[in-house]
Design a protein around this ligand. Sequence first.
Ligand SMILES: Cc1cc2nc3c(=O)[nH]c(=O)nc-3n(C[C@H](O)[C@H](O)[C@H](O)COP(=O)(O)OP(=O)(O)OC[C@H]3O[C@@H](n4cnc5c(N)ncnc54)[C@H](O)[C@@H]3O)c2cc1C
Length: 380
Amino acid sequence: MDLGLTAEQQQLRQSVRELSEREIRPQVMRWDEAQSWPAEALAPLAAMGCMGMLVPAEYDGAGLGYIEYTLALEELARVDPSVALIVEAHNSLCTNHILVAGNEAQKRRYLPRLASGEWIGSWSLTEPGAGSDAGGARTRAERRDGGWVLQGAKTFTTNGAHAQVCVVMAVTQPERGKHGISAFIVERGTPGFSNGRKENKLGMRASDTSEMLFDNCRLPAEALLGKEGEGFVDALRILDGGRIGIAALAVGLAQGAYETARNYARQRKQFGKTLAEFQAIQWKLADMATEIEAARLLTWRAAWQMDSGVTATLAAAMAKLKAGEVAVHAAGECVQIHGGYGFVKDYPAEKYYRDARLCTIGEGTSEIQRILIAREVLKQ
Ligand SMILES: Cc1cc2nc3c(=O)[nH]c(=O)nc-3n(C[C@H](O)[C@H](O)[C@H](O)COP(=O)(O)OP(=O)(O)OC[C@H]3O[C@@H](n4cnc5c(N)ncnc54)[C@H](O)[C@@H]3O)c2cc1C
């Protein structure tokens, strides 16, 4: 067993860290307050290969593995979890679904554009009535005139209003239940496709979360992604990788909150001492550091399984569950260590606290992760 990073992995981590500090840190609160799309951050990230991290070089991607991907997401989330979420949904969900299930023509059309950052990708599974029970989707796709007609609405789509391409799950054979759901690639500008409401969110506010509306949306036959009826099954496989992405984001967020709290504890004085001199605060920092390391190791292990070609459903669910809950706890302790200053927007603590709440909800809630974990361990 070797838990060390290679020189290339360390270099990648350092490069993303420097870019995050230089290009992202100064803008974080401006983007958050205005809920504005951080285009200025995405261009340099694309130039560094971060928009096509898992895409092989033959499709103009960075050709990297999940370990490198988790390192990059950790570094981004350490500074701005919203930017990390944009990059995660683009890479893990949209791009990866096309990579895993697409035919050669689809890969040639979409992967180079997504990997270069020329096009942003989104992925729509959730519906107003189908969240945790995503197999209960009602958006329909019917064969007509040699193509498909999409009818319905998706909600909570990350990057939805900014994406040029969206992978959409829709029911094609209602009588077949979860094996009657197919995936489709929908390009912006397709007649009948529009964006609905943009959500006004608690956290992750620079990341766009939008409704996707399909009203007699006509798609060519080639828009079908993967086999008919296999879209939901493919989506579950995609979510294994996605959960590793959210786990990495959560680890990075927790790391950022921890460092912020530690730095504050070193300089804030009360009773003639720094906060860091009080044992109560030391124990908080010790627990945060230990829990973050545990979450990171689970995340790296899940990433290593993906890179090794081992099914990672259990490992990804464990990593996502642990890291999400660690992020929420660490962000809460960061606010607590800041006292009243943790409650105001002059300090970064409150933003980590708001952003962290997504980590136990998006790409499967903590309750759903426990259901998945229980199902897997009871098979053993
Ligand atoms: C910012 C943001 C970004 C998102 N991005 C995307 C995206 O890009 N694409 C996409 O498709 N979706 C996206 N989602 C949707 C997200 O995956 C869902 O919100 C999530 O899966 C939960 O679904 P829900 O909100 O409908 O909650 P519900 O399913 O209604 O759950 C409500 C509560 O009930 C619990 N619950 C539900 N079922 C059970 C059960 N069987 N046992 C125990 N407890 C249960 C849940 O854990 C939760 O606590 C995003 C959501 C947010 C907030």
